[in-house]
Design a protein around this ligand. Structure first.
Ligand code: ZN
Ligand code: ZN
Length: 352
C-alpha cells in the first residue's frame, strides 16, 4: 500500500479529507522539500497547496500531487473542500497552532475541522528500504567524522573547538547538516545530559561525552560516545559508571526485537542501572525512534501513555546514561534497526 493510501486509512471513516501541513509529514507523503505548503488528500484526490516561491519546485518533486498555488493556504483548502463537497476536514492537531485553529473555527463556519493525532507519524515508524539506507548512510557519515577528528580529543582542546571540528568533518563526509546542536560535555560537565559546548578545555582526567548526528537525504543519525582522554581518567569513578552503562545498553540491545513492547526494553535497561544503585541518576528515557525527525515515534520510556509494540523496520536508539552532579556522566547511544530476530546496529562506534 502506498504511504498516502495508508495514511488515508489511518484517518478512519469519520472525515472527508485530511490536511497535512507539518514539514516532515508533507515531505514523507509528497517528496516536496519546500518550507511552506499543505497537502489535502482524500481517497482519490491529492492536492498540494503552496505559494509562488515553490510551485515550480513542487510540480517537479511532488509528482503524485496536483499543485495549487495560493498564498493563503487555509482559504484555498476551504475553497477546495467546498468544490469537492467535503464537510469534515481532518487536520494534524500536533502541528496546528491554537491561533490558527481558532481562526479556522471563526472563518469557515460551514466546514467542520476535526483534530487528529499521529496519523502520519504512525506510518513513519516503519522504515522502508530506501529510508533504512539513508539512515545507515547518515550513521556512517557521523562515525567517519568522529574517527577523523579523534586527534583533537586531547587535553588543552576546548569543547567548542572539538564541536566545530566534528561538525565540519560531518559536512565534509557528506552530511547536509547536523541532526541537532552537537553536545560535547567534558569532566564534571558530563553530568549535564544536554550540555552546550563551552570554552572549557579538556583536562587529563576527563571523560568526554559527545552526542552527535548527521543528516543525509533528510534522515537523521543520533549516537553518543563517552571517551576517557587518558589512561589516568580510566582509574577514576567514571570507569565504574561506564561499565554499568555499557552493561545496561547491551541488555537493551539484546532485548530489542519485533514483538517486544518499547516499555519492556526501557525496563530491562533501567533495571541494570537500578540494581547497580544508580537508578536516581538515570533521569531520561531509554531511547526513541529516529528518521525524518531526530526524535520520533516510538518512545522507549517507562510506561509511556501509548506503549508501542516494536516491529520489523523500526529504527530506534538505546541510550542509557548515569549523571553524577559535580563528578561527571556517561551516556552511550546507538541506532538500531529492529528485525524479526533482534536488531542490526546502524551506528558503528565500538563502545567496548
Ligand atoms: Zn543523541
Ligand atoms: Zn537520542
Amino acid at each position: 500500500m502506498s504511504r498516502i493510501d495508508a495514511v488515508w486509512e489511518n484517518c478512519g471513516p469519520g472525515i472527508d479529507a485530511f490536511m497535512v501541513c507539518s514539514r516532515q509529514n508533507r515531505y514523507y507523503l509528497s517528496a516536496f522539500t519546500g518550507s511552506a505548503g499543505c497537502l489535502l488528500i482524500d481517497g482519490a484526490h491529492r492536492f498540494l497547496i503552496t505559494d509562488s516561491r515553490y510551485t515550480e519546485q513542487a510540480r517537479a518533486e511532488a509528482t503524485l500531487f496536483e499543485v495549487v498555488e495560493s498564498r493563503r493556504v487555509w482559504d484555498k483548502a476551504a475553497e477546495l473542500a467546498r468544490s469537492q463537497g467535503w464537510k469534515r476536514i481532518g487536520f494534524e492537531a500536533e502541528h496546528v497552532t491554537v491561533h490558527d485553529y481558532l481562526r479556522l473555527l471563526a472563518q469557515y463556519r460551514d466546514l467542520e475541522w476535526v483534530p487528529l493525532t499521529g496519523i502520519v507519524e504512525r506510518e513513519r515508524r516503519i522504515k522502508d528500504d530506501v529510508e533504512r539506507a539513508h539512515l545507515q548512510r547518515a550513521a556512517q557519515i557521523a562515525d567517519r567524522a568522529l574517527s577523523g577528528v579523534l586527534d583533537h580529543l586531547h587535553p588543552g582542546v576546548s569543547e567548542r573547538e572539538f564541536q566545530l571540528a566534528l561538525d565540519h568533518a560531518m559536512e565534509e563526509e557528506g552530511a547536509e547538516g547536523v541532526s541537532f546542536p552537537t553536545i560535547v560535555a567534558s569532566g564534571p560537565r558530563g553530568s549535564l545530559p544536554h550540555a552546550k559546548p563551552t570554552e572549557r578545555r579538556f583536562e587529563d582526567d576527563d571523560w568526554v561525552t559527545i552526542d552527535f548526528g548527521a543528516v543525509y537525504q533528510g534522515y537523521h543519525s543520533d549516537e553518543t560516545v563517552t571517551i576517557p582522554l587518558t589512561n589516568r581518567a580510566r582509574s577514576g569513578k567514571l570507569q565504574i559508571i561506564y561499565d554499568i552503562v555499557l552493561q545496561a545498553q547491551k541488555a537493551g540491545i539484546k532485548a530489542l526485537r519485533a514483538g517486544v513492547f518499547a516499555s519492556q526494553v526501557d525496563e530491562i535497561v533501567r533495571d541494570v542501572i537500578i540494581e547497580a544503585g544508580f537508578g536516581e541518576y538515570f533521569g531520561h528515557g531509554t531511547g526513541h525512534g529516529v528518521g525524518l525527525d531526530v526524535h520520533e515515534d516510538p518512545l522507549l520510556g517507562p510506561n509511556p501513555p501509548n506503549d508501542v509494540k516494536l516491529d520489523e523496520g523500526m529504527v530506534v536508539t538505546i541510550e542509557p546514561g548515569i549523571y553524577l552532579p559535580q563528578v561527571g556522566g556517561v551516556r552511550l547511544e546507538d541506532m538500531l534497526l529492529v528485525t524479526a530476530e533482534g536488531s542490526t546496529r546502524l551506528s558503528a562506534w565500538n563502545k567496548e
